[in-house]
Design a protein around this ligand. Structure first.
Ligand code: FE
Length: 341
Protein backbone atom coordinates (compact mmCIF):
# COMPACT_ATOMS: atom_id res chain seq x y z
CA UNK A 1 0.00 0.00 0.00
CA UNK A 2 1.39 3.39 -0.93
CA UNK A 3 1.44 6.26 1.51
CA UNK A 4 -1.24 7.98 -0.57
CA UNK A 5 -3.54 4.99 -0.27
CA UNK A 6 -3.03 4.73 3.47
CA UNK A 7 -3.95 8.38 3.85
CA UNK A 8 -6.96 7.93 1.61
CA UNK A 9 -8.33 4.96 3.47
CA UNK A 10 -7.76 6.72 6.80
CA UNK A 11 -9.81 9.60 5.45
CA UNK A 12 -12.57 7.25 4.30
CA UNK A 13 -12.51 5.52 7.66
CA UNK A 14 -12.83 8.73 9.65
CA UNK A 15 -15.56 9.96 7.30
CA UNK A 16 -17.58 6.82 7.92
CA UNK A 17 -17.07 7.17 11.67
CA UNK A 18 -18.42 10.70 11.48
CA UNK A 19 -21.45 9.43 9.57
CA UNK A 20 -21.98 6.76 12.22
CA UNK A 21 -21.76 9.26 15.04
CA UNK A 22 -24.22 11.56 13.29
CA UNK A 23 -26.57 8.67 12.69
CA UNK A 24 -26.82 7.89 16.39
CA UNK A 25 -30.43 8.27 17.38
CA UNK A 26 -33.21 7.12 19.66
CA UNK A 27 -36.74 6.51 18.44
CA UNK A 28 -39.53 6.91 20.96
CA UNK A 29 -43.09 5.64 20.67
CA UNK A 30 -44.98 7.76 23.14
CA UNK A 31 -48.41 7.75 24.73
CA UNK A 32 -47.28 11.02 26.31
CA UNK A 33 -47.64 14.27 24.45
CA UNK A 34 -44.31 15.35 23.05
CA UNK A 35 -44.33 18.93 24.41
CA UNK A 36 -44.05 17.59 27.96
CA UNK A 37 -40.67 16.08 27.25
CA UNK A 38 -39.37 18.08 24.27
CA UNK A 39 -37.12 20.53 26.20
CA UNK A 40 -35.38 17.61 27.89
CA UNK A 41 -34.94 15.66 24.67
CA UNK A 42 -33.37 18.74 23.08
CA UNK A 43 -30.98 19.07 25.98
CA UNK A 44 -30.08 15.39 25.75
CA UNK A 45 -29.33 15.78 22.04
CA UNK A 46 -27.17 18.84 22.67
CA UNK A 47 -25.20 17.04 25.34
CA UNK A 48 -24.72 13.71 23.57
CA UNK A 49 -25.16 14.40 19.85
CA UNK A 50 -27.84 11.68 19.83
CA UNK A 51 -30.90 12.64 17.84
CA UNK A 52 -34.29 11.80 19.33
CA UNK A 53 -37.39 11.15 17.22
CA UNK A 54 -40.85 10.89 18.76
CA UNK A 55 -43.96 9.19 17.43
CA UNK A 56 -46.94 10.21 19.55
CA UNK A 57 -50.22 8.30 19.57
CA UNK A 58 -53.08 7.95 22.02
CA UNK A 59 -53.70 4.29 21.14
CA UNK A 60 -52.33 1.34 19.24
CA UNK A 61 -48.61 1.69 19.91
CA UNK A 62 -48.24 -1.77 21.48
CA UNK A 63 -50.00 -3.35 18.50
CA UNK A 64 -47.71 -1.40 16.18
CA UNK A 65 -44.58 -2.62 17.99
CA UNK A 66 -45.96 -6.15 17.90
CA UNK A 67 -46.64 -6.02 14.15
CA UNK A 68 -43.29 -4.44 13.34
CA UNK A 69 -41.55 -7.23 15.24
CA UNK A 70 -37.83 -7.40 14.56
CA UNK A 71 -38.07 -4.52 12.09
CA UNK A 72 -39.43 -2.02 14.57
CA UNK A 73 -37.68 1.35 14.57
CA UNK A 74 -38.86 1.87 18.18
CA UNK A 75 -36.26 1.95 20.95
CA UNK A 76 -38.31 3.24 23.85
CA UNK A 77 -41.95 3.21 24.86
CA UNK A 78 -43.12 6.16 26.98
CA UNK A 79 -46.37 6.01 28.86
CA UNK A 80 -48.26 8.16 31.36
CA UNK A 81 -49.51 5.19 33.37
CA UNK A 82 -48.17 1.84 34.56
CA UNK A 83 -50.84 0.05 32.47
CA UNK A 84 -49.28 0.10 28.99
CA UNK A 85 -45.76 -0.46 30.37
CA UNK A 86 -46.87 -3.51 32.31
CA UNK A 87 -48.81 -4.78 29.32
CA UNK A 88 -45.82 -4.31 27.00
CA UNK A 89 -43.76 -6.44 29.38
CA UNK A 90 -46.53 -9.06 29.55
CA UNK A 91 -46.66 -9.23 25.74
CA UNK A 92 -42.90 -9.82 25.65
CA UNK A 93 -42.26 -6.58 23.76
CA UNK A 94 -39.57 -5.22 26.07
CA UNK A 95 -35.99 -5.92 27.08
CA UNK A 96 -34.72 -5.32 30.61
CA UNK A 97 -32.85 -2.11 31.35
CA UNK A 98 -29.74 -2.91 33.37
CA UNK A 99 -28.34 0.32 34.71
CA UNK A 100 -26.76 1.21 38.03
CA UNK A 101 -27.65 4.85 37.39
CA UNK A 102 -31.34 4.05 37.03
CA UNK A 103 -31.32 1.73 40.04
CA UNK A 104 -29.69 4.43 42.14
CA UNK A 105 -32.04 7.20 41.01
CA UNK A 106 -35.41 5.46 40.90
CA UNK A 107 -36.87 3.98 44.11
CA UNK A 108 -37.76 0.29 43.94
CA UNK A 109 -41.50 0.79 44.08
CA UNK A 110 -41.39 2.75 40.82
CA UNK A 111 -39.49 0.21 38.68
CA UNK A 112 -39.79 -3.40 37.67
CA UNK A 113 -37.47 -5.65 39.72
CA UNK A 114 -36.18 -7.06 36.39
CA UNK A 115 -35.83 -3.66 34.72
CA UNK A 116 -38.69 -4.16 32.27
CA UNK A 117 -40.14 -0.71 32.99
CA UNK A 118 -38.92 2.34 34.84
CA UNK A 119 -40.86 5.23 36.37
CA UNK A 120 -39.70 8.75 35.43
CA UNK A 121 -42.30 10.90 37.20
CA UNK A 122 -44.99 10.05 39.71
CA UNK A 123 -48.52 11.21 40.36
CA UNK A 124 -51.02 10.63 43.14
CA UNK A 125 -54.68 9.72 42.64
CA UNK A 126 -56.33 12.01 45.15
CA UNK A 127 -59.76 13.09 46.35
CA UNK A 128 -60.89 16.56 45.32
CA UNK A 129 -63.29 17.74 48.06
CA UNK A 130 -65.67 20.70 47.89
CA UNK A 131 -64.41 23.57 50.04
CA UNK A 132 -68.01 24.61 50.67
CA UNK A 133 -69.62 21.29 51.48
CA UNK A 134 -66.89 19.01 52.88
CA UNK A 135 -65.11 19.89 56.10
CA UNK A 136 -61.33 19.38 56.19
CA UNK A 137 -60.69 15.96 57.72
CA UNK A 138 -64.18 14.68 56.90
CA UNK A 139 -62.71 12.14 54.51
CA UNK A 140 -59.20 10.75 54.91
CA UNK A 141 -59.25 7.30 53.27
CA UNK A 142 -60.33 5.73 49.96
CA UNK A 143 -62.18 3.14 52.05
CA UNK A 144 -64.44 5.86 53.45
CA UNK A 145 -65.80 6.63 49.98
CA UNK A 146 -68.32 3.81 50.60
CA UNK A 147 -69.75 5.45 53.73
CA UNK A 148 -73.52 6.02 53.24
CA UNK A 149 -73.02 9.65 54.27
CA UNK A 150 -71.58 10.26 50.78
CA UNK A 151 -74.62 8.82 48.97
CA UNK A 152 -75.19 10.74 45.73
CA UNK A 153 -72.18 12.96 46.41
CA UNK A 154 -69.24 11.40 44.51
CA UNK A 155 -68.11 11.87 40.88
CA UNK A 156 -65.60 9.85 38.87
CA UNK A 157 -64.70 8.98 35.31
CA UNK A 158 -65.23 5.45 33.96
CA UNK A 159 -64.12 2.59 36.16
CA UNK A 160 -62.46 1.13 33.06
CA UNK A 161 -60.17 4.10 32.61
CA UNK A 162 -56.55 3.13 33.12
CA UNK A 163 -56.16 5.47 36.16
CA UNK A 164 -59.11 3.87 37.95
CA UNK A 165 -58.03 0.34 37.01
CA UNK A 166 -54.73 1.04 38.75
CA UNK A 167 -56.50 2.42 41.84
CA UNK A 168 -58.79 -0.63 41.98
CA UNK A 169 -55.70 -2.80 41.43
CA UNK A 170 -54.17 -1.18 44.51
CA UNK A 171 -57.34 -1.88 46.52
CA UNK A 172 -57.14 -5.55 45.44
CA UNK A 173 -53.47 -5.67 46.45
CA UNK A 174 -54.17 -4.26 49.92
CA UNK A 175 -57.53 -5.84 50.75
CA UNK A 176 -58.00 -8.87 48.48
CA UNK A 177 -60.51 -9.41 45.69
CA UNK A 178 -63.67 -9.83 47.81
CA UNK A 179 -63.10 -6.65 49.83
CA UNK A 180 -62.13 -4.67 46.73
CA UNK A 181 -65.36 -5.77 45.04
CA UNK A 182 -67.40 -4.64 48.05
CA UNK A 183 -65.56 -1.33 48.02
CA UNK A 184 -66.27 -0.80 44.34
CA UNK A 185 -69.94 -1.64 44.88
CA UNK A 186 -70.12 0.79 47.81
CA UNK A 187 -68.44 3.51 45.77
CA UNK A 188 -70.84 2.95 42.89
CA UNK A 189 -73.79 3.21 45.31
CA UNK A 190 -72.56 6.68 46.33
CA UNK A 191 -72.06 8.11 42.83
CA UNK A 192 -73.90 11.31 41.98
CA UNK A 193 -74.11 10.31 38.32
CA UNK A 194 -73.07 7.67 35.84
CA UNK A 195 -69.25 7.68 35.39
CA UNK A 196 -68.39 10.05 32.52
CA UNK A 197 -65.88 12.64 31.34
CA UNK A 198 -62.24 13.00 32.28
CA UNK A 199 -60.66 13.80 35.66
CA UNK A 200 -61.02 17.57 35.27
CA UNK A 201 -64.72 17.20 34.41
CA UNK A 202 -65.25 15.73 37.88
CA UNK A 203 -63.70 18.76 39.59
CA UNK A 204 -65.88 20.98 37.40
CA UNK A 205 -68.88 18.98 38.63
CA UNK A 206 -67.85 19.67 42.24
CA UNK A 207 -67.63 23.38 41.47
CA UNK A 208 -71.11 23.22 39.89
CA UNK A 209 -72.60 21.39 42.87
CA UNK A 210 -73.28 18.12 41.03
CA UNK A 211 -71.16 16.29 43.62
CA UNK A 212 -69.01 17.01 46.67
CA UNK A 213 -66.10 14.58 46.19
CA UNK A 214 -64.24 13.62 43.03
CA UNK A 215 -61.42 11.22 42.20
CA UNK A 216 -58.65 12.68 40.09
CA UNK A 217 -54.92 12.67 39.45
CA UNK A 218 -52.91 15.25 41.37
CA UNK A 219 -51.30 17.02 38.39
CA UNK A 220 -54.67 18.12 37.01
CA UNK A 221 -54.84 20.55 39.91
CA UNK A 222 -51.74 22.31 38.57
CA UNK A 223 -53.06 22.18 35.02
CA UNK A 224 -56.35 23.80 36.11
CA UNK A 225 -55.08 26.42 38.54
CA UNK A 226 -52.62 27.79 35.94
CA UNK A 227 -54.96 27.56 32.96
CA UNK A 228 -54.91 30.95 31.25
CA UNK A 229 -56.40 29.54 28.06
CA UNK A 230 -59.53 28.35 29.84
CA UNK A 231 -59.64 30.50 32.98
CA UNK A 232 -62.89 28.87 34.17
CA UNK A 233 -60.71 25.89 35.10
CA UNK A 234 -59.00 28.05 37.72
CA UNK A 235 -62.39 28.42 39.37
CA UNK A 236 -62.92 24.66 39.36
CA UNK A 237 -59.57 24.22 41.10
CA UNK A 238 -60.30 26.99 43.58
CA UNK A 239 -63.52 25.25 44.62
CA UNK A 240 -61.76 22.20 46.08
CA UNK A 241 -59.43 21.04 48.81
CA UNK A 242 -56.91 18.36 47.93
CA UNK A 243 -57.11 15.22 50.04
CA UNK A 244 -54.18 12.81 49.92
CA UNK A 245 -55.87 9.67 51.27
CA UNK A 246 -54.60 7.03 53.68
CA UNK A 247 -51.82 9.02 55.33
CA UNK A 248 -52.03 6.90 58.48
CA UNK A 249 -51.91 3.49 56.76
CA UNK A 250 -51.14 2.43 53.17
CA UNK A 251 -50.39 5.86 51.79
CA UNK A 252 -51.95 7.57 48.77
CA UNK A 253 -52.19 5.51 45.58
CA UNK A 254 -49.32 6.44 43.27
CA UNK A 255 -48.85 5.90 39.56
CA UNK A 256 -46.01 6.72 37.18
CA UNK A 257 -45.18 8.02 33.81
CA UNK A 258 -42.33 5.86 32.64
CA UNK A 259 -40.32 4.11 29.98
CA UNK A 260 -39.61 0.63 28.69
CA UNK A 261 -36.84 -0.51 26.36
CA UNK A 262 -38.23 -2.26 23.28
CA UNK A 263 -37.04 -5.83 22.79
CA UNK A 264 -35.93 -5.31 19.18
CA UNK A 265 -34.70 -1.74 19.71
CA UNK A 266 -32.19 -0.83 17.00
CA UNK A 267 -30.36 1.57 19.36
CA UNK A 268 -30.51 0.02 22.84
CA UNK A 269 -27.37 1.69 24.24
CA UNK A 270 -28.44 5.18 23.21
CA UNK A 271 -31.95 4.45 24.55
CA UNK A 272 -30.63 3.44 27.98
CA UNK A 273 -28.43 6.55 27.97
CA UNK A 274 -31.57 8.63 27.49
CA UNK A 275 -33.42 6.87 30.32
CA UNK A 276 -30.42 7.45 32.59
CA UNK A 277 -30.35 11.11 31.58
CA UNK A 278 -34.04 11.46 32.47
CA UNK A 279 -33.44 10.12 35.99
CA UNK A 280 -30.74 12.68 36.75
CA UNK A 281 -31.56 15.34 39.32
CA UNK A 282 -31.66 18.26 36.93
CA UNK A 283 -33.78 16.43 34.34
CA UNK A 284 -36.07 15.15 37.08
CA UNK A 285 -36.83 18.68 38.22
CA UNK A 286 -37.65 19.86 34.74
CA UNK A 287 -39.61 16.78 33.71
CA UNK A 288 -41.77 16.72 36.83
CA UNK A 289 -42.43 20.42 36.52
CA UNK A 290 -43.63 20.16 32.92
CA UNK A 291 -46.83 18.37 33.96
CA UNK A 292 -47.10 19.29 37.67
CA UNK A 293 -45.97 15.80 38.63
CA UNK A 294 -43.60 14.59 41.33
CA UNK A 295 -40.00 13.62 40.54
CA UNK A 296 -39.39 9.92 41.24
CA UNK A 297 -35.82 10.62 42.28
CA UNK A 298 -35.70 11.19 46.05
CA UNK A 299 -34.64 14.61 47.33
CA UNK A 300 -35.42 16.36 44.06
CA UNK A 301 -37.12 19.69 44.76
CA UNK A 302 -40.78 20.06 43.80
CA UNK A 303 -41.88 22.87 41.53
CA UNK A 304 -42.84 26.11 43.32
CA UNK A 305 -46.49 25.52 42.42
CA UNK A 306 -46.59 22.09 44.04
CA UNK A 307 -44.80 23.49 47.08
CA UNK A 308 -47.45 26.17 47.33
CA UNK A 309 -50.50 23.92 47.15
CA UNK A 310 -49.37 20.50 48.31
CA UNK A 311 -47.48 19.44 51.37
CA UNK A 312 -45.30 16.39 51.76
CA UNK A 313 -47.40 13.22 51.93
CA UNK A 314 -47.02 9.47 52.28
CA UNK A 315 -47.35 7.72 48.94
CA UNK A 316 -48.16 4.03 48.74
CA UNK A 317 -44.87 2.07 48.70
CA UNK A 318 -46.24 -1.01 46.98
CA UNK A 319 -44.38 -1.96 43.80
CA UNK A 320 -46.40 -0.88 40.78
CA UNK A 321 -45.96 -4.34 39.30
CA UNK A 322 -48.27 -5.62 42.06
CA UNK A 323 -50.87 -3.18 40.81
CA UNK A 324 -50.18 -3.94 37.14
CA UNK A 325 -50.93 -7.60 37.63
CA UNK A 326 -54.30 -6.83 39.26
CA UNK A 327 -55.58 -4.64 36.46
CA UNK A 328 -57.27 -7.42 34.48
CA UNK A 329 -59.13 -8.53 37.60
CA UNK A 330 -59.96 -4.88 38.34
CA UNK A 331 -61.62 -4.58 34.92
CA UNK A 332 -63.66 -7.72 35.65
CA UNK A 333 -64.85 -6.28 38.95
CA UNK A 334 -65.88 -3.06 37.19
CA UNK A 335 -68.09 -5.14 34.88
CA UNK A 336 -69.33 -7.38 37.67
CA UNK A 337 -70.65 -4.54 39.82
CA UNK A 338 -71.89 -2.64 36.74
CA UNK A 339 -69.81 0.34 37.81
CA UNK A 340 -70.20 2.26 34.56
CA UNK A 341 -73.90 1.49 34.00
FE1 FE B 1 -53.78 12.29 32.71
Amino acid sequence: MTMRNVLLSAAVLSASFTTLAQAEEVNIYSFRQEFLIKPLLDRFSEETGIKVNVVFAKNGLLERIEHEGQNTPADLLLSADIGPLYEAAERDLVAPIHSDVVERNVPEQFRDPDGKWVGLTSRARIIYASKERVKPGEITRYEELTDPKWKGRICTRSGKHTYNLSLIGAMIAHHGEAEAEKWLQGLKANLARKPQGNDRAQVKAVKEGVCDLALGNSYYFGAMITNDKEPEQKEWAQAVNLVFPNQADNGTHMNISGAALIKHAPHPEAAVKLVEFLTRKEAQEIYAQANFEFPVRPKTPWSPLLQQYMSDFNGDRINLGEIGKNRTLAAKLVDKVGFDN
